[in-house]
Ligand binder design. Structure first.
Ligand code: URQ
Ligand code: ZN
Ligand code: ZN
Length: 596
């Protein structure tokens, strides 16, 4: 990391008058943006808590208070990243962003809370794994953090430990895997029981939605055909493999009436499944997250192993270049609720474990540092979402779903003073050379982004200012996430969770009878056809003939027959019926009146 700043482009500094006390701050002349309002207001902070939000002149500022002038800046709730894997042991390596470097990088980018995943090994006690994660994180974290726990195997003891985690350890969410067969995957009957248990505990069930059995079969075929390079990863798990699992998870959740949160939605098809399920199972509570990676990147053809392997995560980035904009629109419409990073970083030598076999490439990419800027650039700067919606999808919605709201995710009296002073005009260029993350690669390399977190305050402590990040290892705290989140469980009890009001205030039309979505549906040929096609020119060893330099380029002809059919569908979101009514108007090969 260069000593200068997390921002490559120099920006005008906010004048900060250091008057005295570290624990008392007064922020004046900013625009305070919450998910449901934008107001000109001053803020007073004492001992890590917001004590005043309101007009200047109405609050008598105590003497000896440090004053920050935020004129022409937005004041946002600190970002909440609901999906990280700091120092995760995975695929024969350990993720290089540990809880110190990873949370320091998060703060540099404007994220002040993360929720990480405890992932027990098969057969391991969940409580033992939880203790392991706490012992890794507590001495190192620079920002507050919570924990989800993975249910990676199923038994009565797992069920009992889930109860203890909820009642005594501050956990309210569990992640089940529909993929990673033999490692983490649960079969449908176990998934059913795990969801039932979550419901009983008033916790939130999460799923990694991909069909692990199809992936296993496709992988075997690809390897047998000599496809060993990183391109085999996405080929083995195309977007319908993700979409099928999303649909199945939503149906199982509905069967047992359990709220569900689907992590890392990576494709157009999967996000459509979420929109349909949310409409169909309104009373159950289906929520979904997408990633900074999905919004800021896509699976372009990479001509060398290093670049291709560095972009591998599961579910994978998709080859359809329209995916990022489409998924941002799904966030804008309220069909998806949150943005995470799934930060799980491995260096070159780790990725090279899969040099001769793509299944051995440790999965994961960066994003904890750049998530806020990517969402701003693609969403607000891209004129798809408002700054209030930005706050909702980077902070507030995660706080509500994981029951941290309004302590986190809001600028209000009584909330934790996790605050970002955001300069929407400033720009920076993302690079692995200047990022704070420990990894040697950045999937957003070279991207110029608007929106710079000029000042970041974590529980009342100024941690970013004048382009410098100042944190103390272990300054963050574990935060308990209580069960029975009103936002999640109110709809189940026939009560409102306030969503409709928020949507109206954001100008969304989620409750309108008809929404038009112009969607290009990728038609992906089955893997058997692909394998029968022209020989692949890319392996883990061989550079592509189509592109001589390392990096992105067009997918060479004949390597994969991905056709984008250019028909549009209108999604008729019918509030009265329980049936989803996505109507295909002009499918390939002629008109159809069928539903899919
Ligand atoms: O599946 C995940 O969330 C972890 C274990 C690995 N990262 C990834 O590829 N998404
Ligand atoms: Zn996952
Ligand atoms: Zn993950």
């Amino acid at each position: 990391m260069s000593s200068s700043s997390p921002q490559a482009t120099p920006v005008k500094k906010i004048p900060i008058h250091l008057q005295s006390s570290q624990s008392r701050l007064y922020i004046k002349r900013g625009q305070v943006v919450n998910h449901d309002s934008t107001i000109a207001a001053d803020i007073y902070i004492e001992d890590g808590i917001i004590k005043y939000v309101g007009p200047s002149g109405e609050f008598v500022v105590p003497g000896g208070v440090r004053v920050i002038d935020a004129a022409n800046r937005l004041i946002l709730p600190g970002g909440i990243d609901p999906h990280t894997h700091m120092q995760l042991p995975f695929g024969g390596a350990v993720a290089v962003d540990d809880f110190y470097k990873g949370t320091k990088a998060a703060i540099a980018g404007g994220t002040t809370t993360i929720i990480d995943f405890v992932l027990p090994n098969k057969g391991q006690s969940l409580l033992e794994a939880y203790d392991q994660w706490r012992s890794w994180a507590d001495p190192k974290v620079c920002c507050d953090y919570g924990l989800h726990v993975g249910v990676t195997w199923w038994s009565k003891s797992v069920r009992d430990e889930m109860r203890i985690l909820c009642e005594e350890r501050g956990v309210n969410s569990f992640k089940m895997f529909m993929a990673y067969k033999g490692l983490y995957q649960l079969e449908d009957s176990d998934l059913y029981e795990a969801f039932e248990t979550c419901k009983e505990l008033q916790a939130l069930a999460q799923v990694h939605a991909e069909n692990g059995s199809i992936i296993e079969k496709n992988t075997a075929k690809l390897l047998a055909a000599g496809v060993t390079g990183p391109e085999g990863h996405e080929l083995s798990r195309s977007e319908e493999v993700e979409a099928e699992a999303v649909n199945r998870a939503c149906i199982i959740a509905h069967q047992v009436n359990c709220p569900l949160y689907v992590v890392h939605i990576m494709s157009k098809s999967a996000s459509i499944e979420i929109a349909r399920a949310r409409r169909r199972y309104k009373g159950v509570g289906i929520f979904a997250e997408t990633l900074a990676a999905t919004l800021g990147s896509y699976e372009a053809h990479h001509s060398c192993f290093r670049h291709a392997a560095a972009h591998i995560l599961s579910p994978p980035l998709r080859p359809d270049p329209k995916t990022p904009e489409f998924v941002m629109k799904m966030l804008a419409k309220g069909h998806l609720q949150t943005t995470g990073s799934d930060n799980c970083t491995f260096n070159r030598e780790h990725k090279e474990l899969g040099k001769n076999n793509f299944t051995k490439i440790p999965n994961g990419v960066n994003g904890v540092e750049d998530r806020m800027s990517i969402v701003w650039e693609k969403g607000v700067e891209g004129r798809i979402i408002s700054p209030q919606k930005f706050v909702a999808i980077t902070s507030t919605n995660a706080a509500k779903i994981f029951n941290l709201y309004p302590r986190k995710g809001r600028i209000a009296v009584g909330s934790d003073a996790d605050i970002v002073i955001w300069n929407p005009e400033a720009t920076r260029v993302i690079s692995a050379k200047t990022h704070y993350q420990a990894c040697d690669f950045n999937i957003f390399e070279g991207m110029k982004v608007h929106g710079v977190p000029e000042v970041v305050i974590v529980r009342g402590k100024v941690c970013v200012e004048n382009g410098q990040v100042r944190v103390a290892e272990g300054q963050g705290r574990f935060i308990e996430t209580p069960i029975n989140a009103p936002y999640v469980y109110n709809p189940l009890n026939g009560e409102s969770n306030g969503d409709e009001v928020d949507d109206r205030e954001n100008g969304d039309d989620k409750n309108g009878a008809i929404e038009q979505l112009e969607i290009e549906i990728p038609v992906i040929e089955p893997i058997a056809k692909y394998l029968a096609g022209p020989a692949l020119s890319i392996t883990s060893e061989t550079p592509s003939t189509a592109q001589s330099i390392c990096g992105r380029g067009a997918r060479p002809d004949g390597q994969r027959n991905l056709q984008n059919s250019s028909f549009s569908i209108s999604e008729e979101l019918d509030n009265s019926a329980t049936r989803s009514t996505i109507k295909v108007r002009n499918p390939p090969g002629g008109k159809s009146s069928g539903f899919w």
